[in-house]
Write a protein that binds this ligand. Structure first.
Ligand SMILES: Cc1ncc(COP(=O)(O)O)c(C=O)c1O
Length: 261
């Protein structure tokens, strides 16, 4: 074993005060349903379902059996130029749950990779359509879109960005919607703040709507403190996107062309 400061030192933990944690570690040894058990056998309620990713509960027997069965039958098949029948079945099922005409699924390994891929798809889509000026991305203050360069660029967490002055260029940000003075103690979706969506119109005007490739926001901001969207806010953003991107395409092509999806 290499020499390290403490026995836990080799594992460099993300988004964690490492020295502090390793002096007083919180380690779980098992989980079931909505609880963890620590090394001292203390039972802990898992209020955030892992990291919002164990929503069916921990160690569900049906899920364990499926994982075990699949690992024994076919553990991995390449995803380039070859495939695994279940990946196609999963994609079919997934798109059947999705709204409107969303009819394709692209699988990735993490949320961060999904965000990078979504941004790349938006940029490549406009290139393929001949709209080469559409390269600008619009994110939001307090937004978290993962740990990669694209996601951090459209994200709005100052602490994550400050070490990396060379993030993607051509990115602007909407204001965040956290308004504690007006929305404190609101139940459900807060009443105030729909006007924050209208800043998108200002940004589109400032930069020219024809230069914008995509707008990305979390429906519920997670990492900055679980901020619910104000009433009507997401619908308004959607309307502005539809309207502006649509109008631009019309004037550019001089004919009615399909809406950007
Ligand atoms: C909105 C959003 N985007 C991206 C990510 C990054 O996902 P991952 O940690 O799987 O890379 C997260 C993670 O919490 C997220 O909440």
């Amino acid at each position: 074993m290499k020499e390290t400061e403490t026995p836990l030192d080799a594992y460099w933990m993300g988004f964690t005060a490492n020295r502090q944690f390793k002096k007083n570690p919180r380690l779980f040894k098992r989980a079931e349903g909505m609880h963890f058990w620590t090394e001292n056998n203390d039972k802990i309620l898992d209020g955030i379902a892992g990291l919002w990713c164990v929503n069916a509960g921990h160690c569900r027997p049906r899920i364990i059996e499926s994982i075990q069965k699949q690992a024994a039958e076919l553990d991995y098949a390449p995803a380039f130029q070859a495939g695994h029948p279940l990946a196609f079945e999963l994609a079919d099922r997934l798109v059947s749950y999705l709204p409107g005409d969303i009819n394709h699924a692209f699988f990735t390994n993490s949320g961060s990779e999904s965000v990078e891929t979504a941004l790349k798809i938006a940029l490549a889509y406009h290139q393929a359509k001949g709209n080469c000026r559409r390269t600008r991305l619009i994110g939001r203050e307090k937004g978290y879109h993962g740990v990669n360069f694209g996601g951090m660029s459209v994200g709005g967490l100052p602490a994550n960005r400050k070490m990396f002055p060379n993030l993607l260029s051509g990115v602007d940000h909407l204001p965040h919607t956290h308004d504690i003075k007006k929305n404190a103690f609101s139940r459900g979706v807060p009443e105030h703040g729909i006007e924050k969506a209208d800043v998108l119109t200002d940004l589109l005007t400032l930069h020219d709507p024809g230069s914008v490739a995509a707008v990305i926001v979390e429906p519920v901001a997670g990492s900055a403190g679980v901020i619910l969207p104000p009433q009507g806010y997401l619908k308004r953003l959607r309307e502005i996107c539809d309207q502006s991107l649509f109008q631009y395409e019309m004037s550019l092509n001089g004919a009615l062309v399909s809406k950007m999806k």
